[in-house]
Design a protein around this ligand. Structure first.
Ligand code: HEC
Ligand code: HEC
Length: 299
């Protein structure tokens, strides 16, 4: 539990620092003279100044604010050359060794999941060990695809170590329940729900899911997710912020692999061992997602 205040505190401090930097650069930029040319003829820098004048630039606060404002919103093309550097550099997505230390060949005896992140072809091909799978679809939003998920999503319960198995009988109980249709039956009440409401169900020294996801109110419940009842689980996350109809579904009945609950139980955030207090929206994660959306071009 000790992670929680420090997570929020750290995020808050980072947010404050970003505000100061953005404030300074705003003061600097506004002394130059933006030309009021028609937008088609403006350079990217002139357009940026114009957008500031018109108040179109959103407030600072996120860790990837600079990337959002100056790269994503301006559609600056991301090169594979940069992606290649990221894959080969320590601390590129938050503290930890470089991705290619562990994923550097399509031979599963040498590289985890037979995943080769050291070449463009390897990144696009994805995992070659069973289950063989691509990590994303070039040209599409990748936030919920395997590659970006592994960089953003902390494994649950929060603070769970990568060295703990994701194949325990309790994990398999949840997976099977989702595969069987995620029903509100006796099996759910007797065997599944207690796993969500009890500490140490998915690993030693870990709080119950309901210690952090206990109601539709945030705070105290992260993502307004209520895991204390079948109705709460099926309703999903952020039902107050987004509205009941648009709540984020965390269960896709019949499909554990597509269910966020199963993804969060079984997938470790990369690089392994990274603290859950590290920002999920690292600027380089945003850039990697933008490269995918732009078509994952290798040149
Ligand atoms: C210290 C070794 C290590 C490092 C470094 C590492 N990984 Fe992993 N990675 C693993 C292991 C082990 C697995 C398989 C176990 C698991 O599923 O958690 C894995 C699984 C994955 C998967 C899931 C593939 C699939 O088919 O489900 C992706 C994607 C991934 N890693 C991406 C990355 C990225 C991107 C980086 C760099 C930020 C990275 N990894 C760094 C060890 C590592
Ligand atoms: C110590 C607090 C804590 C505990 C315990 C915890 N979570 Fe979380 N959970 C979080 C936080 C914080 C997030 C926000 C995202 C992140 O950090 O990855 C989150 C996010 C999630 C999400 C994503 C919701 C969305 O909108 O996409 C799911 C699903 C989830 N948790 C399921 C679980 C399950 C299942 C358990 C129990 C095995 C659990 N959580 C235990 C803190 C916790």
């Amino acid at each position: 539990m000790s992670q929680i205040p420090s997570t929020k505190q750290q995020l808050f401090q980072v947010a404050k620092a970003v505000c100061v930097v953005a404030g300074l650069s705003f003061a600097f930029m506004s002394t130059s003279h933006a030309q009021d040319k028609p937008s088609g003829k403006r350079s990217i820098a002139e357009q940026y100044i114009q957008d500031m004048k018109e108040g179109k630039i959103s407030e600072a606060g996120d860790d990837d604010h600079v990337v959002q404002e100056l790269i994503i919103k301006r559609s600056i093309p991301i090169t594979y050359k940069y992606i290649n550097i990221l894959m080969n550099t320590p601390n590129a997505f938050g503290p930890g060794v470089a991705c290619t230390t562990c994923h550097n060949s399509n031979d599963p005896s040498k590289s985890y999941r037979g995943l080769d992140l050291s070449t463009c072809k390897g990144i696009i091909e994805g995992s070659t060990e069973k289950p063989k799978r691509a990590l994303f679809t070039p040209g599409t939003e990748a936030k919920r695809d395997i590659l970006i998920r592994r960089l953003r999503n902390n494994r649950m319960p929060l603070g769970q170590g990568f060295e703990q198995s994701t194949y325990t009988p309790n994990h398999m109980m949840v997976k099977q329940w989702i595969a069987d249709g995620a029903k509100n039956d006796d099996n759910f009440k007797k065997n599944v729900l207690p796993l969500f409401t009890t500490a140490n169900a998915f690993g030693p020294d870990t709080p119950a899911c309901t210690a952090c996801h206990m109601s539709n109110q945030e705070p105290p419940s992260f993502h307004e997710l209520d895991m204390s009842s079948h109705a709460g689980i099926m309703l999903g996350a952020d039902s107050v912020a987004k509205g009941v109809d648009k709540a984020t579904k965390v269960i896709v009945a019949g499909s554990p692999e597509k269910s966020f609950i199963w993804q969060h139980l079984s997938e470790d955030r990369m690089p392994p061992g990274i603290s859950p207090a590290e920002p999920r929206d690292h600027p380089n994660t945003t850039i990697l997602a933008a490269w995918i959306k732009q078509g994952a071009k290798c040149d």
